[in-house]
Design a protein around this ligand. Sequence first.
Ligand SMILES: [Zn+2]
Ligand SMILES: [Zn+2]
Length: 121
Amino acid sequence: MRKPGTDEQNVQMSDVLCDFCHREWREDVPMVEGHHGSCICGNCLSLAFRSVMLDKVNDAPAEWQCPLCLEASADRAELGRADEPGWPSPLDPEVVVCRRCIKQASGALHKSSDYDWRKPV
Ligand SMILES: [Zn+2]
Ligand SMILES: [Zn+2]
């Protein structure tokens, strides 16, 4: 997400906030962008990966839309992923990242040479 009042023509690093913990983007915290300026930071991604991929927890509400890929419950159902778990933001349980985005974002960050982020084990 963008900080309120961000100049879209001149977006600074500190204007970019994680949708899940609302921290600012900094050099030492990787950020993965989704649709419409949505973002998840490396810290939240680690928590999400641990919860959904390792602990197989599903704390998502009954109906939710992933801000990164914009897929809602109905979209996932249509794609045969109705039961897909998600990870809700600790600040706002209505903001939930889907497992597919967790997988994609963590795969990309894990391979990126810009950051030393690694998938939790
Ligand atoms: Zn975050
Ligand atoms: Zn998603």
